[in-house]
Design a protein around this ligand. Structure first.
Ligand SMILES: [Zn+2]
Length: 448
């Protein structure tokens, strides 16, 4: 009996060892870092201004890089970060906007936080299926991600309950246990201090858990570009700080893993200066298609425009309103002072990458941005930001970045212009897995 028990124990020990220790020794670890709003010419201009960026430069010398990454529609943070995780366009992965389309709750915009809304496999899911240990700090659309050590991206509009909810939605006890050493995790804080805490939490997770695949997100560059405009001195100072953070992160990565680690650095979009806003909902309200209460809050709508900055998404309650709304939009577009560039309807919208539920996409001319104001002038000098994105992916200012270095990655190789859809299948291959639905190609086909 004792012998049988011993044999059973040995069998279980070896079986469990085999299950819990996948054959990952031959594959390097992979760290994917996103700096929101980083674009190639910003790095060049910062250097021309005398800002040293030794850690960004390290990727140029020791790895491969793109001259430019062309995005997909829409050039917004959530859709593009999801394309980075899946290798497919927005209308395929399902995250077609930053926000849910909820006109009644416009003052408390709900972001598309949930991985459940992503319709195709992600790098996280594929890595987990391959038996890899995964981690994440603050990557957009990460609530419910199949990640072993997950600090999700979430903030509550009122900021009051954000911290409790973030803890509840992240891996149980992870945030609380790290906070004992590192102080409070700064929820929904897009300043450089928020990024400093994201860095420290990421470093602690790397040292303590040594994930095989990890995603890390930094927000302060995007926030500063929005507020202070493109290529402001504040933007360059943030970039200089982020270069220091990158150096600290690389130190942690190399001291933990040695050289057997691939580090990829990506971004989601560039920036364009804006100084006038277009408020289509004011025209819809004047036409009687949006009803307001005494407090000027929306109570009913037949037609509503949800801004994505450089574009806006318009939906109708009743499809029979299509022609009268199109007529009004065409009339508004005829006056160049109104800043409307193009009007798209289905099936053009789906081809563009927009949602099947959207009736019209309207794009803005240079220097114009869409806002969701319900009253006031159609065109206004009031803008939420000095600079923004959401313009067509073909606009060069919307280009983003890609850098990668590590084992099997060619050194000092310029990959030229690539598609944002090429990044996920390339990373999947490096992880020893694949993304069968990816629309892009593996950038290092001959090397991996
Ligand atoms: Zn962004």
């Amino acid at each position: 009996m004792k012998k049988a028990f011993l044999l059973l124990s040995l069998f279980l020990f070896f079986s469990l060892s085999a299950c819990s220790q996948p054959n990952t020794e031959l594959k390097p670890k992979l760290l994917l870092i996103s700096i929101d709003g980083l674009y190639p010419s910003l790095l060049q201009k910062a250097k021309q201004q005398g800002f040293l960026l030794p850690n960004f430069d390290r990727f140029l010398k020791e790895g491969s890089y793109a001259d430019a990454v062309i995005g997909v529609f829409p050039t917004l943070t959530y859709p593009i970060h999801t394309s980075l995780m899946t290798g497919v366009s927005s209308n395929v992965h399902g995250i077609t906007h930053n926000y849910l389309f909820e006109p009644e709750y416009a003052q408390y915009k709900n972001w598309m936080w949930l991985v459940n809304d992503i319709r195709v496999p992600t790098l996280w899911g594929q890595a987990k299926k391959a038996g890899l240990k995964t981690a994440n700090v603050d990557w957009p659309v990460s609530i419910g991600a199949p990640v072993d050590f997950n600090i999700v991206q979430y903030w509550h509009p009122t900021k009051k309950t954000g911290h409790d909810l973030l803890q509840a939605l992240s891996t149980p006890l992870l945030v609380a246990s790290l906070e004992k050493k590192l102080g409070p995790y700064l929820v929904g804080d897009w300043s450089i201090e928020g990024d400093r805490q994201r860095l420290r939490f990421a470093q602690a997770i790397i040292k303590q858990y040594q994930p095989d695949f990890m995603t890390i997100y930094f927000a302060s560059l995007d926030d500063t570009e929005h507020k202070t405009g493109v290529e402001s001195q504040s933007t360059f100072f943030i970039l200089r700080n982020l270069d220091t953070f990158l150096g600290q992160l690389l130190d942690t990565i190399y001291s933990t893993y040695g050289n057997q680690v691939v580090v990829a650095l990506v971004s989601d979009h560039g920036f364009m200066p804006v100084n006038k806003s277009i408020n289509l909902n004011t025209a819809f309200q004047k036409a009687g298609w949006i009803k307001l209460n005494k407090e000027k809050r929306l109570t009913e709508w037949d037609v509503y425009s949800l801004s994505g900055e450089g574009f806006t998404e318009i939906r109708l309650q009743k499809k029979q309103d299509y022609h009268k709304v199109l007529k009004l939009l065409q009339q508004l577009a005829r006056d160049p002072q109104n800043g409307i560039d193009r009007i798209f309807s289905q099936p053009e919208i789906e081809k563009l990458g927009g949602s099947i539920q959207t009736d019209f996409i309207v794009t803005a001319k240079r220097n114009f941005v869409f806002r969701d104001a319900l009253t006031g002038p159609l065109v206004d000098t009031h803008v939420n930001y000095a600079a923004t994105h959401g313009f067509m992916p073909s606009v060069p200012e919307m280009n983003s970045c890609f850098f990668i270095m590590g084992p099997h990655i060619p050194k000092n190789k310029n990959l030229g212009t690539i598609s944002v859809l090429d990044i996920a299948p390339t990373l999947a291959k490096l992880l020893g897995t694949d993304l069968p639905q990816a629309e892009g190609k593996n950038l290092f086909l001959e090397h991996t």
